[in-house]
Design a protein. Structure first.
Length: 215
């Protein structure tokens, strides 16, 4: 698989920097949920997608947490994403068939969550945040905050993504393995939203004009 296009919608805030008072746009400030999203598509450039005519899609969404399958779900949001994929595949000329009807392509969808915890040694961490509280507040005017030991900041990050995988089932029996031919990945804020599922999936397919069957 080779990386295709990476689409990142950026925005809009303005920040003024420097002694000359020059202003420049700050793309990471005041971003909407839609503007925060990143759409990444990868595909096998040796594959002729017009050689496929039929496809089948999973009936639920796999929930993957830190590399392990947690469960399979079919929530309202899951159903919206599955339907959006079906709509785009139909528009590209592919026929939906049952998984037992020997489809040419198989499509799986996964909600992927990764969590990470770490510790930062940050000697001035507490002093930095305590500057918002003046010692006068506690009745000790003229005092300074200090900590007679090294401070540690513990952080935890949890991020989510939606992954759509397209695999070649047409040649699976001949080479005894199933090869992926396309992957779409969505990252950003509030991506698990039924009302925006259609536009998010469309963004992935818009980046993938080679997925088509005109026969």
């Amino acid at each position: 698989m080779k990386p295709n296009k990476i689409y990142m919608a950026l925005t809009a805030g303005v920040v003024c920097i420097g002694l000359l008072g020059s202003c420049t746009k700050d793309p990471l400030k005041n971003m909407t949920n839609e503007e925060s999203r990143i759409y990444i598509t990868n595909y096998d450039s040796t594959v002729n997608f017009e050689a496929f005519k039929t496809y089948s899609i999973s009936d639920s969404v796999a929930v993957v947490s830190n590399g392990s399958l947690r469960e399979k779900t079919l929530t309202e949001t899951d159903a919206a994403f599955l339907q959006a994929i079906k709509d785009n595949m139909q528009q590209r000329g592919y026929e939906l068939v049952g998984k037992d009807d020997h489809p040419d392509l198989g499509i799986n969808i996964s909600s992927v969550f990764n969590g990470q915890t770490g510790v930062i040694s940050y000697p001035s961490y507490w002093g930095y945040y305590n500057r918002y509280w003046d010692p006068y507040y506690w009745g000790y005017g003229g005092y300074d905050y200090y900590f007679p030991y090294t401070s540690y900041a513990i952080y935890q990050i949890r991020e989510g993504a939606l992954s759509i995988d397209m695999v070649d089932l047409k040649d699976a029996n001949s080479n005894k393995k199933i090869e992926g031919v396309w992957n779409g990945l969505i990252r950003g804020e509030a991506i698990f939203n039924a009302s925006t599922a259609a536009s998010q999936v469309k963004a992935l397919f818009d980046q993938s004009p080679y997925i088509k069957n005109n026969q």
